[in-house]
Design a protein around this ligand. Structure first.
Ligand SMILES: Nc1ncnc2c1ncn2[C@@H]1O[C@H](COP(=O)(O)OP(=O)(O)OP(=O)(O)O)[C@@H](O)[C@H]1O
Ligand SMILES: [Mg+2]
Length: 246
């Protein structure tokens, strides 16, 4: 059985200026619940632009992003923000932690915004997440008192705080040492294995190969899709199961 968590239909993103830039040029993509998808491609090919569209941080010029069955193109800015807050977690290469807040407060923030848990529950969840990520003794430190890898793990804890169904990462291991990269990757892998959906842009071919599927972007289009280490046809979503009817 496969449920589609995230779907892009005919996505186009253009920026109009003296000349028109086409950042994303007609992308169709389906990502299954529990799938780990890696997006690769040369610098400037449109990977981040695509990710922003998939995570509702940006709106397409044409096309549709469907999140857990819900089309989003006709939503108001507030409704989009609501879907983003409830369904998506973001991890970026540059962590964007708030410098004046401690690790713990940074993780509490999205939970406070969502307003679903009591103060005690939020505190328990935030400390639990930080502990799981090996930061149990760092919770009171501010970002500038942490190492790069520790900051990245705080950012990951923050992305996971609201238990998002979809985790979107732009080079989430981009500036980490090997050990931290492995740790962050394993956490993301574990999340996918638990039924969350993970979409990450990576320049690291070894990491990309460990994803369930790789989508290679060139000039804002899908140039190649690779399934489980093998080449698959272009623009084809992963098959749900052997013998699935179309
Ligand atoms: N607001 C903008 N206006 C005009 N062009 C833009 C804008 N944002 C991005 N671009 C261009 O769109 C293209 C795609 O950018 P994008 O950031 O998506 O690339 P990328 O694949 O993530 O690259 P990298 O691997 O270097 O992060 C680039 O050529 C970039 O210069
Ligand atoms: Mg980028």
């Amino acid at each position: 059985m496969s449920e589609i968590a995230l779907q892009a239909v005919g996505l186009v993103r253009r920026v109009e200026g003296t000349i028109t830039h086409t950042l994303v040029n007609g992308i169709d993509l389906e990502v299954r619940k529990g799938e780990f998808l890696a997006i690769t491609g040369p610098s400037g090919s449109g990977k981040s632009s695509l990710l922003y569209l998939l995570g509702l941080l940006d709106a397409p010029t044409e096309g549709e992003v469907i999140i857990c069955g819900q089309p989003t193109s006709k939503l108001s800015e507030n409704e989009r923000a609501e879907v983003r807050l409830n369904k998506c977690g973001f991890v970026f290469q540059f962590h964007f932690l708030l410098p004046e807040f401690t690790a713990l407060e940074n993780v509490l923030l999205p939970m406070r915004t969502a307003g679903r848990l009591s103060a005690a529950e939020m505190h328990e969840r935030a400390t639990g997440l930080l502990k799981t990520l090996g930061l149990g003794d760092q919770v009171q430190k501010r970002p500038n008192q942490l190492s790069g890898g520790q900051r990245q793990r705080v950012a990951l804890a923050r992305a996971l705080a609201n238990q998002p169904e979809i985790i979107v990462g732009d080079e989430p291991t981009g500036n980490l040492d090997t050990a931290s990269t492995e740790q962050v990757f394993n956490i993301l892998r574990g999340m996918a294995d638990n039924g969350q959906t993970v979409v990450v842009v990576t320049h690291d071919p070894a990491l990309a190969r460990r994803a369930d599927r790789r989508v290679h972007i060139v000039d804002g289009k899908i140039a190649e899709t690779t399934l489980g280490g093998q080449r698959a046809s272009e623009q084809e979503p992963a098959k749900a199961s052997e013998g699935a009817s179309r």
